[in-house]
Design a protein around this ligand. Sequence first.
Ligand SMILES: NC(=O)c1ccc[n+]([C@@H]2O[C@H](COP(=O)([O-])OP(=O)(O)OC[C@H]3O[C@@H](n4cnc5c(N)ncnc54)[C@H](O)[C@@H]3O)[C@@H](O)[C@H]2O)c1
Length: 248
Amino acid sequence: MDLDIQGRTAVITGAAGGIGAAIASRLAREGVRVVIVDLAAEAAEKVAARIRDGGGEAMAVAADVTSADSVAAMMRTIADGFGGVDILVNNAGFTRDMRIGRMAEADWDAVIDVVLKGSFLCSRAVMEGMKERGWGRVISISSRAHLGNPGQTNYSAAKAGIIGFTKALALESGRSGITANAVAPGIIDTEAVRNLGHFEKIEAAARQITPVQRLGRVEDVADAVAFLASERASYITGEVLHVTGGRY
Ligand SMILES: NC(=O)c1ccc[n+]([C@@H]2O[C@H](COP(=O)([O-])OP(=O)(O)OC[C@H]3O[C@@H](n4cnc5c(N)ncnc54)[C@H](O)[C@@H]3O)[C@@H](O)[C@H]2O)c1
């Protein structure tokens, strides 16, 4: 299937590793110019360099998606380097798990901020340009956790919030040729998941409870994002694409 997005420019937040880096590589393979945005400047540069070494076009921009000033500076750097943004992938996010009785206010705020405020600030920043050009894709990474996970009231609330955010944005922006969709991955084999410390148990459990009997791969998520970012998905908006191996 020809995704027909060659020459577009994509910004992927939180792309210094894991799922974000895989999305950036996948889009770059389609001839998309990719901007690797992350707090971790050095790691972001490495991802961009790897994509350039493979023949793709990539630049790294250090930014904090929870800061309006930082997002504005990021947009200026991207405008100087690559021009307008056609595709935004709101991927930056992390967990700060704890049962609610012991959850620190700071851990609630941090997760809500990076997922929801980050997606709001970055989407707001690209919206005007997308409207002017009459074409745009906003893809936000939710999670299967939007259905609720014990120990994740903050993360589940944020990831469910992403779905409401996406549906509202889709209604607001469809007339301008902009689609907004969410991708909700199940457990994906990433450094972040491996660092949880009981990876073998997680993998064994995933085999048992997932109909396709394996953990997800970063490429599984990247392929879903690439499709939603493409011309082929222009009649799909306000949707949630579950990349969970059939687990709900
Ligand atoms: N790994 C999974 O199993 C899984 C499952 C469902 C959803 N997700 C979601 O996918 C996304 C990527 O997860 P991952 O597993 O690749 O994690 P990751 O930790 O590898 O990637 C997240 C990146 O976000 C960056 N980041 C954090 N705060 C930031 C900020 N304020 N500004 C800019 N960048 C920031 C981090 O530096 C990191 O590079 C997250 O939104 C996560 O919630 C992951």
